[in-house]
Design a binder for this molecule. Structure first.
Ligand code: NDP
Length: 481
């Protein structure tokens, strides 16, 4: 069975404990490889290597850093088929999605930040003939990067690429649930000639490895994407140590549909925003709010299309909905369907585990599920489920839908469907969320800042904001007389 290794100081190494954890293929519910069960000793080795490499890497001319990072981006592109296949097996997502979204985006992350750093400029401020102030942007040091399982390589590289481009060295931990593409990334970095110690990848459990990174005194910056509860725990350790912190957390995103929308475009996109990646994208619209005059039509059409979605093995070409990531996650999602029914909700379609005969019968498949009849403020409509489960609710007035949309503790993303341009901007202005999509979903220029408000996180990643995060401003003032 394949054994994943840690990537520390430029080498692939076993964990010090020599212990391993099972890695499951969610499409079969079977163990298919082993992950290092690393601990704080492995993290210490990684931090030591990253600290030792920092001076060299931060002083490497940015053109040279950019060339190496772009080489990594190109190698990801060259290995697209292999990486997509592995990500699909590791995560349960349809292969075509990994090929179309996850892996190209991982390459784009490296290419974008490699070239972006060449255009990142700092400010100068002149005090007429008295003094000149200028601001140096210096890399913070060893960056701790921790990412989740839903878009494994995409989110892992979204942190690592800007950190390395900024001149930081990195100790990173992918989710223990989906470690395989991060392992391949370490091989790619070796091929690309990334100097030793610049990037270190330590595999293992969150409470052991993640915690050790967050609490390490030589890691002054943490970039974390994951659940809100884990984010709060991380903040409680990092804040008293005055670490720089970026937290990208959960969401319960509203999808607001007005009667004057382009109906066909809205319906087609709503299928994606509801069920892509089995609903396991932090940006999925899980609460669908529909203007009452089109509610019944929308309900009929949406349920009919959802029933046509093929749930099946991720590698099958016709699969639209693959397996959810783990048994425990599947059970959590099913418990929310049960809760919804206890709260008075009616399951319009789905709601159950789907058993696929043969080799895949132990796989973690769920039928895409639509629930109606729930009040906006019940637990099902307030808590993140993170699976192929959406609720639909009618509304009458704009103020009412805004109140419903803004009623959760989250504020990550939102979608608005209307042909009325003034209403679109007015509603976008009133929604408490880091992102508002008007008549589209998941479309984004990488130059824009990314992140949520309220319990969806603090800080912004993406764009040149990422360089601001991974560097520290130092103001220098020179007196002229
Ligand atoms: P978790 O919070 O469970 O885990 C995220 C990462 O943190 C994993 O690598 C995990 O390791 C690690 N971790 C767990 N416990 C600790 C700890 N005590 N100290 C340090 N690290 C720890 O999230 P999930 O992996 O379940 O991901 C799903 C969540 O991520 C959802 O809430 C989703 O909304 C959110 N998300 C947010 C995004 C955003 O941009 N805002 C984007 C994508 C997802 P391990 O896997 O070993 O437990």
């Amino acid at each position: 069975m394949d054994k994943i290794k840690n990537y520390i100081n430029g080498e692939l190494v076993e964990p010090i404990s020599k212990a391993y954890i099972d890695n499951y293929d969610p499409s079969r519910g079977k163990v298919y490889s082993l992950i290092p069960d690393s601990d704080e000793r492995d993290v210490e080795l990684a931090v030591t290597a990253a600290k030792a490499a920092f001076k060299m890497w931060s002083n490497t001319p940015k053109e040279q850093r950019a060339r190496i990072l772009q080489r990594i981006g190109y190698l990801i592109e060259d290995n697209l088929d292999k990486l997509a296949l592995i990500e699909s097996v590791d995560n349960g997502k349809p292969l075509h999605l990994a090929k179309l979204v996850d892996i190209p985006r991982a390459a784009a992350n490296f290419n974008f930040y490699a070239t972006g750093i060449l255009h990142y400029a700092a400010n100068t401020h002149s005090m007429e003939d008295t003094a000149i102030n200028y601001t140096l942007r210096q890399p913070v040091g060893v960056a701790g990067c921790i990412s989740p399982w839903n878009l494994p390589l995409y989110l892992f590289t979204w942190k690592i690429a800007p950190a390395l481009a900024s001149g930081c060295t990195v100790v990173a931990k992918p989710s223990e649930v989906t470690p395989m593409t991060a392992y391949l990334l370490s091989e790619i970095c070796m091929t690309a000639g990334l100097p030793k110690g610049v990037l270190n990848i330590v595999h293992g459990l969150g409470p052991k490895v993640g915690n050790a990174i967050v609490s390490n005194k030589d890691v002054p910056l943490i970039s974390f994407t994951g659940g809100t509860k884990t984010g709060a725990h991380i903040a409680s350790i990092a804040a008293p140590m005055f670490k720089k912190l970026s937290l990208e957390l959960g969401g319960k995103n509203p999808n607001i549909i007005f009667a004057d929308c382009d109906y066909e475009k809205m319906l087609a996109t709503t299928m994606h925003s509801s069920f892509s990646n089995q609903g396991q994208i932090c940006l999925c619209g899980s609460r669908i709010l529909v203007e009452r005059s089109i509610y019944e039509k929308f309900k009929t059409d949406f349920v009919a299309r959802t029933k046509q979605l093929t749930v099946g093995p991720p590698l099958n070409a016709d699969t639209k909905v693959g397996a959810v990531v783990s048994k425990s996650h599947m059970e959590k999602i099913l418990s929310y369907v049960e809760l919804a029914q206890q709260e008075g909700g009616k399951v319009l379609c789905g709601g159950k585990r789907k058993i696929i005969d043969g080799d895949f019968k132990e796989g973690y498949y769920l039928e895409p599920t639509i629930i109606e009849g729930l009040p906006y403020n019940c637990r099902t409509n307030q808590e993140e489920i993170f699976g192929p489960v959406v609720t639909i609710m009618p509304f009458d007035k704009e103020e009412e839908v805004l109140m419903m949309a803004n009623s959760t503790m989250y504020g990550l993303a939102s979608t608005v469907w209307t042909q009325d341009i003034t209403k679109a901007h007015r509603v976008a202005n009133e929604i408490h969320a880091g992102i508002v999509w008007i008549n589209c979903w998941l479309l984004r220029d990488l130059r824009t800042p990314f992140g949520g408000v309220k319990s969806s996180g603090v800080g912004r990643e993406g764009g040149f904001e990422a360089f601001d995060f991974f560097t520290e401003p130092k103001n220098v003032c020179i007196k002229l007389k």
